[in-house]
Design a protein around this ligand. Structure first.
Ligand code: NDP
Length: 302
């Protein structure tokens, strides 16, 4: 029976975080201060609180300064924008991240547009989305960037491969497709209106599953030997009645694929490593320093 190679995102992320920490101390020696990352959390959404806590911990472990701003769920949009404007001009702050989702009374687009694009470590600002689209350097969303690094580490040259991205969000699907296109893949983007998802998936050498639907991708759809990157994080109730986390890809995919990322322990840890990478990239650019090389040559995105 085939058993796919497990792409160990956790180990790869740990390696990257160590490299980033070294680059951060080189930055601090040169500039006289460590890079600073500001994280804004509005409200008390439990999942967001966990994400913010682990981002803060990772920032400190990398030797960066973490500025945490926890705002009440009733904060007005005007107050939130004011805080972002203050952080935009604060020289100690190189990166600004607003944890999503925001409460309904706040316009997410207005908030993202308010962030100085040079500090937009999530890469969600339209300026950074546009730079990615036209193939110019900018800040790239963390999750797709992490997926690309895992793919390149496993496959090397991606040129000419058929890639299917399931999901078209601005956070994962669309930037992922752009990155794969820049690597000269033939890219198909599937979404909830795709007529025959099975048929689309069957032709893929690379499958990026980012629909947020538990095990929607069946192992019978997967071309033998394909590489599968499972971005999905879905909370389900297991057979024992206990809650567990599963991805968007059926567990039996391990019998068909050549390699796949586990959930958890695949893409998630890479997202945090890429956030640190983006914060360092932003800090270097703001300090007028060339980006401190921290990725292996085969990891470079262009
Ligand atoms: P969104 O809900 O914003 O987007 C989901 C996308 O999937 C949409 O484009 C939607 O299509 C598509 N979709 C939904 N159902 C189907 C279906 N049945 N068939 C095909 N496509 C479908 O989610 P995100 O992009 O933010 O996140 C996707 C998943 O990745 C989630 O599980 C999320 O938790 C996870 N995630 C994981 C991260 C990590 O670090 N591991 C980071 C970010 C996200 P349509 O546009 O037509 O509605």
């Amino acid at each position: 029976m085939n058993t796919a190679t497990i792409i160990d995102g956790k180990a790869r992320a740990a390696e990257l975080r160590e490299q980033i920490a070294h680059a951060v101390s080189a930055f601090a020696m040169e500039v006289g201060r460590a890079p600073g990352l500001a994280v804004i959390l509005v409200g008390e959404d439990p999942a967001s609180q966990i994400y913010v806590r682990s981002k803060g911990r990772a920032t400190a472990e990398a030797g960066m300064v973490s500025f945490e701003h926890r705002l009440d769920v009733t904060v007005s949009q005007v107050e939130l924008l004011k805080l972002i404007e203050t952080l935009n001009v604060d020289n100690r702050v190189d990166g600004i991240l607003v944890q999503l989702p925001l409460p309904q009374h706040i316009d997410e687009d207005a908030v993202i547009s308010c962030i100085d694009p040079s500090k937009d470590v999530d890469g969600f600002h339209v300026m950074n989305a546009g730079l990615l689209m036209v193939g110019k350097p900018g800040l790239v969303p963390c999750t797709p960037l992490g997926c690309l690094l895992l793919l390149k580490q496993h496959l090397g040259d991606l040129s000419g491969l058929e890639a299917v991205v399931i999901g078209r969000s601005n956070i994962v699907g669309k930037p992922m497709a752009q990155l794969l296109l820049a690597e000269s893949c033939t890219v198909t983007i599937a979404h909830s209106r795709t007529r025959d998802l099975a048929d689309v998936v069957r032709r893929a050498d690379i499958i990026i599953a980012a629909a947020g639907r538990a095990e929607i991708v069946k192992s019978s759809w997967i071309k033998p030997g394909a590489t599968v990157i499972d971005v999905g994080i879905n909370r389900v109730t297991g057979e024992s009645g206990k809650a567990k986390i599963v991805g968007d890809v059926e567990a039996t995919a391990i019998e068909v694929a050549s390699a796949l990322t586990p959930v958890p322990g695949g893409v998630g840890p890479m997202t945090i490593a890429m956030l640190l990478r983006n914060a360092l990239t932003a800090a270097c650019a703001r300090a007028g320093l060339p980006e401190i090389p921290l990725l292996a040559r085969s990891d470079q995105t262009s």
